[in-house]
Design a protein around this ligand. Structure first.
Ligand code: NCD
Ligand code: ZN
Length: 359
């Protein structure tokens, strides 16, 4: 058995910098992914055109056959002029918004209770047909009668998403790595009666299709933000990913951390590393549902449609071929002293990928 998945895309990728980047950037292709949408949460975050261009060049040198789509980090340093300039240079595909303090390297993020300071940026994105990528969580608090915690942080964010969509109806927005039935229902509701192009989409990771709270409580390798939720949430995510609805597409949120940062007794880093086996992990879930026929839409067609990616934007047109061939997830991925634990380390997967050259 083999399935031609075409030119695949992963629309939420963390490749880091320095030694970690050298180790991880080549694994995008190993995981069966052709187009990678790169997150800007380096330290310090990427907020200038010079840095985003330089970062892309570094990634391209490490992974010559991967098409990189770049983003800037939403912060006070961005201006509408910078967005227009970046659009003119085709330096970015979107801007990532992190609420301050909700996840790894988000201390420079924004207050999701009041986005109004950033409305000029959103207007510029809307005018340029660029995308706003939202980390959709409210920061935890128990102040002023508000009780926000890791389990309700995403549902509590959804009114802010709806408000943004109604204030900027033509702005393309992605609710990244959604983890709850509430988020899935909201995205379906927004799109249900829409006859025009999709304006509000959601990305879904590989790991959230298999994890629930029990899998990260006590296992820091499976701890990420947003955290995996309850069985009914996972069920809704699997249904959405396999639905064939084009407003749901793949974004792995693969987020590698050095193994020692996952093994500390306080302050474990959030992030699950899935990049090197991205497509096989997802194929596993789709196969279990008897929905392998829906895989190409999720990992290939829908993301490219939403981001309006053209053939001429691709550095390689090679196709990803999914084959039913068992492989074992390594215990650890390493280069020198640097070690990263992959998702499902040591487990067997039923699928592998091969590449078909297209010139
Ligand atoms: C990401 C990281 O490590 O950069 N961590 C995560 O748990 N997903 C940050 C993010 O995208 O939230
Ligand atoms: Zn992320």
């Amino acid at each position: 058995m083999s399935i031609d998945l075409g030119v695949t895309g992963d629309f939420h990728v963390h490749l880091r910098d320095g030694k970690m980047m050298e180790l991880i950037a080549p694994t995008v292709r190993e995981g069966g992914v052709s187009i990678a949408y790169i997150m800007p949460n380096l330290v310090p975050p990427i907020t200038t055109i010079d840095r985003v261009v330089q970062y892309k060049n570094e990634l391209q040198a490490l992974a010559p056959k991967t098409t990189f789509l770049m983003t800037l980090y939403l912060s006070k340093e961005l201006t509408p002029e910078l967005i227009h300039e970046a659009a003119k240079l085709k330096a970015i595909a979107g801007v990532k918004c992190y609420p301050a303090g909700v996840t790894t390297n988000s201390s420079a993020g924004v207050d999701p209770n009041d986005f109004s300071d950033f409305y000029p940026i959103f207007k510029a994105l809307e005018e340029e047909n660029l995308v706003l990528n939202l980390h959709g969580e409210k920061p935890s608090t128990d102040k002023d009668g508000e009780e926000i915690h890791v389990l309700n942080a995403e549902p509590e964010f959804l009114p802010a998403l709806k408000k943004l969509h109604s204030d900027f109806p033509n702005l393309k927005i992605v609710l990244e790595h959604c983890t709850t039935k509430a988020a899935i229902d909201t995205i379906n509701e927004i799109n249900q009666d829409n006859k025009g192009p999709i304006k509000v989409a959601a990305s879904i990771t590989a790991h959230h299709l298999s994890l629930i709270v029990d899998n990260w409580a006590g296992n820091p390798i499976n701890f990420c933000k947003p955290v995996a939720k309850l069985p009914q949430d996972r069920k809704a995510l699997v249904a959405a990913a396999t639905s064939g609805n084009p407003w749901f597409f793949f974004g792995s949120d693969s987020a590698p951390h050095p193994l020692h940062a996952k093994q500390v007794h306080v302050g474990v880093c959030a992030g699950v590393y899935t990049q090197a086996l991205a497509i096989p992990y997802i194929a596993q879930v789709f196969d279990k549902q008897g929905k392998l026929d829906k895989l190409k839409g999720f990992v290939s067609d829908f993301g490219k449609q939403f981001y309006e990616i053209k053939e001429e934007d691709l550095v390689s047109k090679d196709h990803t071929i999914l084959v039913r061939k068992e492989q074992q997830v390594p215990d650890v991925v390493s280069q020198g002293d640097l070690k990263v634990a992959p998702f499902k380390a040591g487990e067997k997967l039923d699928f592998s990928i091969e590449w078909k050259s297209i010139n």
